[in-house]
Design a protein around this ligand. Structure first.
Ligand SMILES: [Zn+2]
Length: 97
């Protein structure tokens, strides 16, 4: 139980990395798709699917104590997970002592 906070934050960071790779990979994927004969619409459709998958994953990353989502700050959604839960104040980037 001690490590669960850290795991929540680490999962959030990993999630952020996936989103960065997704974002940076968009143009190379378009170019590569064109070279091997996949129409831009096809590449874009795959990208939308991955975006939907990442969005669902983000919504599943919650504070282990109160269940608040790591990516929500008030009404805003940010691409970087909270270090401290905005609802219950649980520190998510270090094991609770
Ligand atoms: Zn919380």
């Amino acid at each position: 139980m001690r490590r669960i906070n850290l795991e929540a934050f680490e999962k959030g960071v990993r999630q952020t990395h996936y989103m960065v790779f997704w974002f940076l990979g968009f143009i190379p994927a378009m170019i590569a798709g064109e070279k091997i004969g996949i129409p831009p619409d096809g590449v874009f459709a795959v990208y939308l699917l991955i975006a939907a998958f990442l969005a669902i994953r983000s919504f599943l990353l919650n504070c282990p104590q109160c269940g608040k989502n790591l990516f929500f700050r008030g009404l805003l959604v940010v691409p970087w997970p909270n270090r401290t839960c905005t609802k219950c104040g649980l520190e998510l980037d270090k094991p609770s002592e």
